[in-house]
Design a protein around this ligand. Structure first.
Ligand SMILES: Cc1cc2nc3c(=O)[nH]c(=O)nc-3n(C[C@H](O)[C@H](O)[C@H](O)COP(=O)(O)OP(=O)(O)OC[C@H]3O[C@@H](n4cnc5c(N)ncnc54)[C@H](O)[C@@H]3O)c2cc1C
Length: 389
């Protein structure tokens, strides 16, 4: 099989990239190890993705946004950061922007379903689901993949979109920094007594971090970060005990709580690929940068990264150039690294500071939040990063 572009991984990043090449005249093959049914109707995975306005615009341009049921889209009107036992909260709102929300919360499985819908009907796309890949290799002329059933695919460009544990990255010999944090992020949709008014909170409490993300109705997504064994104990509680425990851990700010859907636990691992590109190959989405979820940048960054690669590829195709050549890959790599590094390093620094229980760190974060509150420029920058289109 010959194609212009071979994408490995039909997650949100891979699917968005395939869609971005529609009407370009380029052929795309997507190889995914999950079965087709799991892609068409993805299971609920507990993740509520906080999308920036820019991401919403990108999804709109890709023809995906209107496929997400309105009932599943929840506006995030305000965000507050709390620290330990302090009553002080650093707040972010829409200010004078005229917008009515900082961003939108959408369940991950709905985003995946919307990105997948009709992908097989797109004339430029061939999807091979339930298809393990045995090997990939690239040289200056082409990229090649051998599937487990022996079929071979040759492409002008190979794209690894196969998660933060990217197998493609390993096959290409691209080193990656991988930090296993020994903690778990437990996510659970909770119904509560008191309304949330569209306010998200991120509370860096002592020995736990707990976020509440406002969903439609009197529901929030509780996101609790704990050492793995404590998170596992929480997962094992029966539903009634779990509801009471989350309400207690959140100091009953939203009243009594009951569990609304299945709970999910994600071990926290952050990754940074030393290169986002190699000969005739590029990494996108989490395969390039696996963010700590606490700042909600992962998919937003993946979406802007795939767009950068698509723009470079489309420009090369338009001028009749080499879509998998060095100039295209270098343009993508340098633009995406410039955008991604401050977010990756900044998020990791924030996590270190806000989870360090030593007295100097406690003082430092108290001071940092107070300073940020007094610096409209800082809060303006955060607001801008969420709201820029
Ligand atoms: C708890 C939690 C909350 C989050 N909240 C937010 C948020 O609020 N905002 C935000 O922007 N981001 C958030 N994220 C991050 C976001 O979910 C990820 O960045 C995003 O899912 C990455 O998409 P991806 O397509 O790169 O990778 P994935 O979603 O991991 O998809 C990879 C795909 O590749 C396939 N695959 C893997 N290996 C192979 C192989 N060898 N061969 C073939 N196929 C393969 C997999 O089956 C999968 O379909 C959160 C993450 C977590 C865990």
């Amino acid at each position: 099989m010959n194609t212009d572009i071979l994408i490995i991984g039909a997650g949100p990043a891979g699917l968005a990239f395939a869609r971005a090449l529609e009407n370009s005249g380029l052929s795309v093959v997507i190889v995914e190890r999950q079965p087709r049914a799991a892609l068409a109707d993805p299971a609920y995975d507990g993740r509520e993705i906080a999308l920036t306005h820019k991401s919403v615009e990108t999804l709109r341009r890709l023809g995906v946004w209107d496929r997400i049921p309105a009932a599943d889209i929840a506006p995030l009107r305000e965000a507050r950061v709390l620290n330990g036992h302090s009553h002080f909260a650093l707040g972010f709102d829409v200010g004078r922007t005229g917008a009515d929300a900082l961003g939108m919360l959408v369940p991950n499985h709905r985003i995946r379903a919307a990105l997948f819908a009709d992908i097989e009907a797109l004339p430029h796309v061939t999807l091979l689901a339930d298809t393990p890949v045995a090997s990939v290799a690239t040289d200056r002329r082409s990229a090649r993949a051998v599937l487990a059933d022996g079929r071979e695919i040759t492409a002008r460009l190979l794209v690894g979109a196969d998660s933060r544990f990217s197998w493609v990255r390993d096959q290409l010999g691209i080193p990656a920094e991988m930090n296993r944090l020994g903690k778990g992020m437990l996510v659970a949709r909770m119904r509560h007594e008191t309304p949330h008014h569209g306010v998200a909170t991120e509370w860096f409490d002592h020995h736990q971090t707990i976020a509440m993300l406002p969903l439609n109705g009197d529901c929030s997504s509780a996101v609790v970060t704990l050492p793995m064994e404590q998170a596992e104990r929480l997962m094992a509680l029966d539903e009634a005990a779990f509801g009471a425990e989350i309400a207690r851990r959140y100091q009953h700010r939203l009243g009594a709580m009951t569990l609304e859907a299945t709970r999910h636990l994600y071990p926290l691992v952050t990754t940074w690929s030393r290169h986002f590109a190699a000969t005739r190959a590029a990494l996108i989405g989490d395969a390039a940068v696996g963010m700590h979820p606490v700042t909600a940048h992962g998919f937003n960054l993946g979406l802007s990264g795939q767009q950068l690669l698509a723009e470079a590829v489309l420009a090369a195709a338009k001028r009749g150039g080499d879509i998998g050549g060095g100039p295209v890959l270098r343009a993508y790599e340098s633009a995406h690294r410039r955008a991604a590094w401050p977010l990756y390093a900044g998020t990791n620094a924030l996590v270190r500071l806000f989870t360090d229980e030593r007295p100097p760190a406690r003082v430092a974060r108290h001071v940092a939040l107070r300073l940020a509150q007094r610096m409209p420029m800082v809060r303006g920058r955060v607001r801008h990063s969420l709201m820029a289109r």
